[in-house]
Design a binder for this molecule. Sequence first.
Ligand code: DAH
Length: 340
Amino acid sequence: MKEELENILKEAHQLEFEIKTLEDLENFRIKFLGRKGLLNNFVEKFKDLPREERAKIGEYFNYVKNEIKKIYEDLKIKLEKPKKIKFDIAHPGEKIEIGYLNILKESIKKIRETFVKLGFDIEKGREIVTEYENFDSLNMPKFHPAREMFDTLWIKNKIGKDRYLLRTHTSAHQVEIIKNKKLPLRVAIPGKTFRHEATDVRHEFQFHQIEILGIDGGANLQELKGVLEIVFSEFFNKKLDVSFKASYFPFTEPSLEVYIKCVICNGKGCQLCKNSGLLEVGGAGMVHPNVLKEAGLDPKEHYGYAAGMGIERLVMLKYKIDDIRLFNSQDLRFINQFRL
Ligand code: DAH
């Protein structure tokens, strides 16, 4: 019986080379695979065999049937003419979704561009810095009370003598930048910063800042005020005056808080600005002599300004976002609103 199957397969292989048209192929199918074809005929015969033999032959039968099916299907693909593709020149194209920057990245880009226009270099910094960079170099030695408001996440393992931490502010790069760049310098450093923080609508444990640093070449508070006014006015698309108020930071002397006219009420007074007409948008000052010394400069000969701003706060004001945590929420209902 097996022989019979072998002959069927042999015949199929021989015929394979004679098939030139779809009609030939259909005849091939009817002959071997059709309802009354050779294979089905064979099934009729081996139905009556004893069980064991039936199983053996059955296995071979399946093999032969699959081989013949394969011949048939391969030839079918070969012989069927490729469908003609109709090309309709007026058919509307398929829209390709183009990605876009997250509103935060888009805003940082815009702010960066303004600084570049003003002649600033953009520096990147690092998210992990040493304790020295984040604190000591900025006139905040160990046990300085100001360290408390910059509590952060520490890296467990020391590398050499240094302890590492997630930077609490972009100011951490001031000394290194003053040391490594040619004077006079004008630099802006945008980047992510971290604080140990109980989060709420206005506080996040990770957020972005931009640091501004100007050393020598006439770098004074008047210039800084002008720079900030241009940066804020461009960002909010309206003319905004900047005002300063005395404050305290260990790394500046004198130290200032930076205010803009409230962008919600235009300075008239509202809930957001607590009727002051002003919004605090950052800290600033003249670089402290100890910081200059730390960078290897003589404070009698060199001078400069520094400022730092939180970026989320600016974006929240511009787009009327009332919860800072939305930036990290991955909520598409939030993200997709800002397809600019
Ligand atoms: N680093 C400060 C903070 O994160 C902000 C700041 C204040 C930066 C005064 C400065 C500065 O450069 O001069 O709160």
